[in-house]
Design a binder for this molecule. Structure first.
Ligand SMILES: Cc1cc2nc3c(=O)[nH]c(=O)nc-3n(C[C@H](O)[C@H](O)[C@H](O)COP(=O)(O)O)c2cc1C
Length: 524
């Protein structure tokens, strides 16, 4: 025995390396059948798997140029990070973009910019930029709501995001005067730190679910009564990354906390079917919306990705004949994000934002309905110039999901679906989220929103306007090719937006229904 141990201890380090490699080679050739490459090229074959696994990081850090990556390139990410940290977000020497490129956006500046008078609200607060429309005003809901910020946090549930991330976002919207959309997972204590909330639900009815998996009006009423910071309700029909695709929440992910919040049993798989149980056609959907609005007093809207228009046309016609319908419509672009979706859906089903939104807005405008509705846009719109384009096309507010995630530390690792998010934002792993400090991160989200609003206001002033709601389709051009082929938006998309009634920023500031504002004392 001793001589065997002596023999082992006499083997040099490189001898051990050779023995280990020999063991791996024997395993590769004789004992594994799953990987042909490592069978045919023992040892060397493993390098391929290693390179493949670190490829995305190598490309992101060393290879990809500044404007190359998707969904968000390095310049876009860096702008969000710098804005969130209140660092220098300028670039020197001029643009590094090819501004002659197809689909590049130009904003037509005025000869002389808008010059706010001395007592203008933006003199005191350069980031004050509320929505120019009031949700629920047309339908005379009992508790109308004017979002106090044109940029807000889009639907992302507690479940797809970590508790610490949700807490950071909610505290952040409170500081920034924005609203926080709950996403499909119900209202959690992490959404309840004082920011305005839009309660969102889909076909799983999480948080307002009865024992058979259907919608419970009693739970809805109770939820709204006990959480007065809920300012509106959004019914999800679809989202850009996976329209018409249901989902399964695996039992393993349903902890006691998630089970209580979502109203589902612990440890059992839960289905979100593609269709709603509460309504099966457009007239029933309108009735459903009206019942919720009547029972809660809140504005009720719908969220959808756009494809075919026939059913939207039916909705518009019902709105005309009955005077009923949604108070707001959130249009999500096909480029929108998700916690998890099959690539065939994410890449191909539903239209990109500019096509989907222009189709839908045109339809409602042609029916004379655009003034009744607040239009919200989402789909990579969290950049001031893109938002200016969205406002020119008819959007009244912007929702941001991934941009908000980045402002609190997401590094676009694109592993939300694995529960291994390295930044702790999109995971339920306690260790990974322990690095998030909600106090610091909430400041970051708030600062990103404030910087966004300040720059959007500056672009608006440069174009001769006071509020981005005044942008028209003729203010923005999009490169189709060279300049003689660049088109004003109204000729590319064949409509002009309806003028938004706007009586000045002071008027918005004085609004009784302004969110997150000392004046907004709501009547029940
Ligand atoms: C992690 C994650 C979770 C999401 N969860 C929901 C959801 O519960 N309901 C929904 O309608 N959209 C959901 N979305 C879509 C976003 O709300 C948003 O519509 C979309 O990402 C486009 O915005 P963005 O380009 O700013 O990310 C989610 C997106 C992400 C990234």
């Amino acid at each position: 025995m001793n001589s065997f141990l002596d023999f082992l201890s006499n083997i040099s380090w490189w001898g051990w390396v050779l023995i280990s490699l020999a063991i791996v080679a024997i395993r590769d050739v004789f004992f594994q059948k799953k990987h042909t490459i490592s069978h045919n090229y023992p040892i060397l074959g493993h390098l391929r798997y290693l390179m493949e696994s670190i490829g995305p990081e190598m490309r992101q850090y060393f290879v990809a140029n500044n404007r190359e990556e998707l969904p968000f390139n390095r310049i876009e990410r860096s702008w969000i990070y710098a804005s969130a940290k209140k660092e220098n977000n300028y670039e020197g020497f001029g643009t590094d973009r090819d501004i002659y490129q197809h689909q590049h956006i130009f904003i037509n500046n005025a000869m002389m910019p808008y010059n706010p008078p001395e007592n203008h609200p933006n003199k005191a607060d350069k980031t004050f930029l509320p929505c120019a429309k009031v949700m629920g005003e047309f339908h005379k809901r009992r508790k109308p709501f004017r979002p106090a910020s044109v940029i807000n946090v889009s639907a992302m549930s507690f479940g797809s995001l970590s508790a610490k991330a949700i807490e950071s976002l909610n505290k952040g919207v409170k500081i920034a005067g924005a609203y926080h959309n709950t996403g499909e997972g119900g209202l959690s204590p992490h959404h309840s730190h004082g920011g305005d909330v839009i309660f969102h639900f889909g076909t799983g009815y999480f948080g307002v679910r009865d024992e058979h998996g259907g919608f419970s009006m009693d739970k809805m009423i109770k939820l709204v009564e006990s959480n007065p910071f809920i300012r509106a309700i959004e019914v999800k029909l679809s989202q850009g990354a996976k329209p018409g695709k249901g989902g399964v929440l695996p039992g393993a992910k349903i902890t006691k906390e998630i089970s209580e919040i979502r109203g589902v049993p612990v440890g059992k798989d839960v289905l979100s079917p593609p269709n709603h149980k509460a309504f099966t056609n457009i007239p029933e959907m309108v009735d459903f919306i009206e019942k919720i609005a009547e029972a809660t007093g809140l504005p009720v809207g719908i969220k959808a990705a756009i494809g075919k228009l026939e059913q939207w046309e039916e909705l518009a016609d019902i709105m005309i004949t009955t005077g009923k319908g949604p108070d707001f419509i959130t249009v999500d672009g096909g480029e929108g994000g998700t916690g998890a979706a099959p690539p065939s859906f994410a890449d191909h089903v539903s239209l990109p934002w500019v096509y989907g939104f222009s189709d839908l807005y045109k339809l409602f405008k042609n029916k004379g309905l655009s003034e009744r509705l607040v239009f919200i846009g989402s789909g990579k719109l969290g950049f001031p110039a893109k938002a200016a384009m969205a406002f020119a096309m008819g959007a009244d507010c912007i929702n941001v999901a991934r941009e908000a995630m980045m402002s609190i530390g997401c590094i676009q690792a694109q592993v939300c679906h694995t529960n291994r998010c390295p930044s702790g934002v999109a995971t339920q792993n306690k260790w990974l989220q322990s690095g998030i400090d909600p106090t610091l991160k909430s400041e970051r989200l708030a600062q990103y929103f404030k910087t966004f609003r300040k720059e959007l206001i500056e672009i608006t002033h440069a174009s001769g306007y006071e509020h981005p709601c005044q942008f028209t389709m003729s203010d923005i051009e999009m490169n189709i090719d060279d300049h003689s082929l660049s088109n004003k938006l109204h000729s590319t998309f064949s409509y002009e937006k309806t003028t938004v009634p706007f009586l000045g920023m002071q008027n918005l500031k004085d609004c009784l229904y302004l969110g997150n504002h000392p004046k907004s004392q709501l009547k029940n």
